[in-house]
Structures are given as structure tokens and as C-alpha cells.
Design a protein around this ligand. Structure first.
Ligand code: NAD
Length: 326
């Protein structure tokens, strides 16, 4: 119902901010957005939305956040790109408190649907050693050998959602996101992910006239990247569905990091001299999303081509950098 109270946890972040915008566009009238960051640091803030600054690792904060809620999206996590998650494993694991306390609060609050944002980082590392990957299907998460820290927390929290559903009747749904990108997200400061970091570096090179770029790893590692609009449609479809087990939500358009740089160079209209930092965090060698299940069950497929999504992201980061400089 358009008048049901919907709570977006992590609403000051990248995906949460876009989700609030999308729910507003659809005519939802009772929205609450919750984040630990001061309001001035939220990527998007909307009038007519109840914005709460709370630390959702605390149980009382979760109770306050979910008061009268019918639908909950848990997008709150202490996270970032490889540079952050490889160096902050304990902080990543502490996000388990957020999902645990939200689930505990969801039950007495009478929440009817609960979404948990999991990640492709739950997948077994052994299946991701070769850049010429076989796309990951849902069953590949077990036997478990996820990304240390961040991936373990996601896998455990997925499991917690399952048991709260089975034992306590909280209707949980979970998606495994594969690299989401777009405007209004982190592009500097150490938590940014590859698409935003590469856009920033290419813009810096263009503006400074120093036509060179440092790439983390050998550039041959492969990934797929999903534009934010596709993520929002898929997320809401999964929440409304009868799909009980965590399901992939990602693009299956596989590119190497070198190819990603090629595309961004094309958008910028320059060619850069590349150097490779083999000591920098680079994650697994190859990862792609097998979308067989979500296509079959929901008819969902990403719509936005990587080149088009990157163009929008590049323009937004360019404007942000100019704005900051001014
Ligand atoms: P983000 O960092 O932009 O947003 C997460 C938000 O959670 C941040 O604004 C942060 O301040 C908030 N937060 C952290 N700790 C909190 C706490 N204790 N209390 C309240 N708020 C807290 O990240 P995002 O890209 O929007 O990711 C959203 C979710 O999707 C996360 O769970 C993330 O792990 C998951 N995910 C994202 C991607 C991706 O590529 N962006 C990929 C896989 C999974």
C-alpha cells in the first residue's frame, strides 16, 4: 500500500538514497530514512521524508527506527570498495549487529516484509581464481569460503534472515548484489569502488594534463557492474516476490578492469599511460553473475548498458570535482 510506512536503513548512503527517491516517485507517502552519518553527509535528502540519525548497531536505535514499520530495507553496513574491506575486516564484521538488532526489532514491530542487502562477496573464493570465470550461481556460496570479514558477515546475516523467517515468521528476502554503481555515491576518500575510482582518476588526469593512471592489480581481473536503476527495480521485485533464498542481482556483462578504463577513457576522450600497482588490494581474479534464476523467476534482466551508466556516473563525478574545486 502506498500509505504503508517504509523504512530504509542506510538511507544516507548510495543505494539507500536512490531507493528513497524511487519510492517517492512511485507515490509512497510514509517514508523513513535512517543513517548513522550526520544529515549534512547524506548523499540525498528529501523533503517529506522522516530522516533519523541513529547508530543501528544499537538495539534501542533499531527499535526506534522500526516503530510502526510495515516494510524494511536493510542497506546499512560499514563498507566500501576493496581498499576498505581488505583493511577493515573487524569493522565490516560489526555490521552483523545492524542486521541482528533490526531483525530482533522487526518481529515485535510487526514488520511484513524485510529486505537484506547481501553481496557477491559471499561466494566461495575457489570459484573465482580465474579471470575467465564461470558465472556464479546461487549454490556456489557453499561450501563456504567467502571474502574474509565482509563476506563472512554477509553470509552469516543471510542465514540469520532465513532463520528469523523459518522460526519467527519475519518475511525476509535477500539479494546478492554484484558491484552497483552510479551517481550520488562515494567517489573519493578510500571507500569508493572501481567504477567511481576510475572515473575520478581519469578526470584528474584530464584536468591536470598529466595523462597517466594508476590501476590496482594487473588490470586483467574481471567483474560485472550493475547500474543503480537496475538495482532498484530488482531489489523491489525481489522483496515483493516469493523467492525465499538469497538470489543474484547483478549484470552479466563481464569486463576486465582494463576494459573498464578503456570505456571511461572513451567517455573522457583521452588515452592515458597506465601503471599497475600489484601491491594494491584487488579482490578475486574474476567474478560474474549467473542470472538464470532471476530471469526465470522474475523475468528480471539489467537494462542499462555499462557504457551508458558509466557516462552518467562520469558526468556526475566531474561536476562534483569541479564543485569541490570551486
Ligand atoms: P553506502 O556505504 O553508500 O551505504 C551504506 C550506509 O549505511 C552508509 O550511508 C552508512 O553511513 C550507513 N551505516 C553504516 N553503519 C551504520 C550504522 N551503524 N547505523 C546506521 N547506518 C549505518 O553503501 P551502498 O553501496 O549504498 O550499499 C548498501 C548495501 O548494499 C550495503 O549493505 C552493502 O554491503 C550492499 N552492497 C553494495 C554493493 C555495491 O556495489 N554498492 C555491492 C554488494 C552489496
Amino acid at each position: 500500500m502506498k500509505s504503508d510506512k517504509i523504512v530504509v536503513c542506510g538511507g544516507g548512503g548510495f543505494i539507500g538514497g536512490h531507493l528513497i527517491a524511487d519510492l517517492k516517485r512511485q507515490g509512497h507517502t510514509d517514508l523513513r530514512s535512517v543513517d548513522i552519518k550526520p544529515l549534512s553527509e547524506w548523499y540525498q535528502v528529501f523533503p517529506g521524508v522522516e530522516n533519523l540519525v541513529l547508530d543501528l548497531q544499537r538495539r534501542e536505535a533499531c527499535e526506534q527506527a522500526l516503530k510502526d514499520a510495515r516494510v524494511v530495507y536493510n542497506l546499512a553496513a560499514d563498507m566500501g570498495g576493496m581498499g576498505f574491506i581488505e583493511n577493515n575486516r573487524a569493522l565490516c564484521m560489526l555490521s552483523v549487529l545492524i542486521n541482528t538488532h533490526l531483525l530482533m526489532a522487526a518481529r515485535p514491530a510487526g514488520v511484513q516484509r524485510y529486505f537484506y542487502a547481501s553481496s557477491a562477496c559471499v561466494y566461495n573464493a575457489d570459484k573465482q581464481r580465474d579471470p575467465n570465470v564461470t558465472a556464479l550461481k546461487e549454490a556456489d556460496a557453499y561450501p563456504a569460503m567467502p571474502e574474509d570479514g565482509y563476506g563472512w558477515e554477509k553470509l552469516f546475516s543471510e542465514r540469520m534472515c532465513r532463520h528469523f523467517r523459518e522460526d519467527f515468521g519475519v518475511l525476509t528476502r535477500s539479494a546478492r548484489y554484484h558491484n552497483v554503481y552510479g551517481p550520488e555515491g562515494t567517489w573519493e576518500g578510500g571507500r569508493e569502488k572501481a567504477p567511481a575510482a576510475i572515473c575520478r582518476k581519469v578526470i584528474q588526469a584530464k584536468v591536470s594534463g598529466q595523462h597517466q593512471i594508476e590501476i590496482w592489480g594487473d588490470g586483467q581481473q574481471t567483474r560485472s557492474f550493475m547500474y543503480i536503476d537496475d538495482c532498484l527495480h530488482g531489489t523491489q521485485a525481489i522483496l515483493a516476490s516469493d523467492i525465499l533464498e538469497p538470489i543474484n542481482l547483478g549484470s552479466s556483462e563481464l569486463v576486465s578492469i582494463n576494459q573498464l578504463v578503456d570505456i571511461v577513457e572513451g567517455i573522457a576522450g583521452i588515452k592515458l599511460k597506465r601503471s599497475y600497482n600489484l601491491k594494491a588490494p584487488k579482490g578475486v581474479n574474476g567474478r560474474n553473475s549467473d542470472n538464470t534464476l532471476i530471469k526465470k523467476l522474475l523475468g528480471w534482466e539489467p537494462n542499462v548498458r555499462l557504457r551508458d551508466g558509466l557516462e552518467k556516473t562520469y558526468r556526475w563525478i566531474y561536476d562534483e570535482m569541479q564543485h569541490k574545486k570551486a
